[in-house]
Design a protein around this ligand. Structure first.
Ligand code: HEM
Length: 336
């Protein structure tokens, strides 16, 4: 059963610290732009695909889960972007984080980001692991920065920034990224971090439903994830179920410690359905360009779905800086 007595710890100095962390990521983004001649995201720079989708909210949700667009069954227009997590455009064979970003439009209610209260969208972002090895955003950004500096200095820089905690963080990080992933279509993506869900707090995940097979054998090339998605969605829809897992107690489901796996049961609340589409057609390519310009951000949400915890609050600064730097598109309204 979902509990409502969750709490966040807000440090008095965090606003300035999170500004500084966002500026550090933005500096890497600017360096990469110089090298590539075009501006990408500060993280998750390499897209695999940008697809049109629908979010179909299920009937019969428990009372605590009936919040916002999940209050009653319905269908919303949406888009999905699949990505690699790094700051550059490496081959898919390189170890990396893999991302799933969903933008839903036609969403009523007051939104969180100041100045964007009337935006029509709500976003959900996930990666392939259900925890992260970092307890603080400072540690996360320190590792991103070290990984982007000179190779020889990476380890000393991580040790200088993290001290002895580096010895627990690095092996877990390596394990999370090095796992062999054959197809993103067959994988579950996790929010890792919690959000409010009305009076409750939840983590969410996207679980694939009966993934179709590719229509031809695939080469193990540098864009294998895009090739794989294209070869499946060209002839069959792709579906992921959006599930939520409620906060039950600070001990079992801590809000502020992303290294702890929540074990509360999942409740299916909606299905993300990606209809058959030809990603190589002129329309498919125009769609990919449109989705690439979007800003997917956990803070694009109504107030009753506010992201929770220090790591989430640090993301607020970082996503805003990254989207301003690359001149992301404004939030899209419904088109159908
Ligand atoms: C562990 C939880 C996290 C998850 C699940 C996550 C997931 C994602 C995903 C899926 C994207 C790609 C969005 C897209 O396709 O446009 C993304 C982008 C990004 N992430 Fe995260 N992320 C996490 C933590 C963080 C943290 C802690 C930071 C920094 C403090 C961060 C900074 C960024 C930035 C700057 C972008 C690029 C934003 C843009 O320009 O659109 N992320 N993240």
């Amino acid at each position: 059963m979902a509990a409502a007595d969750w709490k966040e710890n807000v440090a008095p100095d965090e606003a300035a610290r999170f500004d500084a962390l966002a500026a550090q990521l933005r500096a890497i983004q600017q360096e990469k732009a110089k090298a590539h001649g075009s501006k990408s995201r500060a993280l998750h720079a390499k897209p695999h695909v940008g697809l049109s989708a629908s979010l179909k909210v299920r009937d019969g949700l428990p009372d605590w889960a009936r919040v916002g667009i999940f209050s009653q069954p319905g269908t919303f227009e949406a888009w999905v972007r699949l990505s690699n997590g790094g700051t550059g455009h490496l081959s898919d064979k390189a170890p990396d984080v893999r991302g799933f970003a969903l933008k839903v439009t036609g969403v009523p209610g007051t939104k969180l980001i100041p100045g964007m209260e009337d935006a029509p969208t709500q976003d959900f972002l996930g990666i392939l692991t259900d925890t992260m090895p970092f307890k603080t955003p400072d540690a996360f950004v320190a590792v991103v920065r070290a990984a982007n500096g000179p190779k020889l200095l990476a380890l000393p820089r991580i040790l200088a920034a993290l001290g002895s905690s580096a010895f627990s963080i690095l092996p877990q990080l390596q394990k999370g990224m090095a796992e062999k992933v054959d197809s993103l279509v067959e994988r579950t993506f996790f929010s890792v971090l919690p959000i409010r869900w009305g009076a409750a707090a939840v983590k969410y995940s996207f679980e694939p439903v009966a993934p179709p097979k590719p229509n031809a054998p695939l080469a193990d090339g540098p864009s294998r994830f895009a090739d794989d998605v294209r070869a499946r969605v060209s002839h069959a829809p792709l579906t992921w179920t959006l599930r939520v897992q409620p906060f039950v107690s600070e001990r079992e489901t801590p809000i502020e410690d992303p290294t702890v796996r929540w074990t509360a049961p999942w409740t299916a609340v909606a299905d993300v359905v990606i209809p058959v589409q030809d990603t190589r057609s002129p329309e498919g390519q125009a769609l990919a360009t449109q989705v690439e310009a979007f800003s997917f951000d956990p803070w694009h949400a109504p107030v009753e779905f506010r992201p929770l915890g220090a790591m989430m609050r640090a993301r607020s600064n970082a996503y805003r800086d990254s989207t301003i730097e690359r001149g992301a598109a404004k939030e899209p309204g419904p088109t159908r």
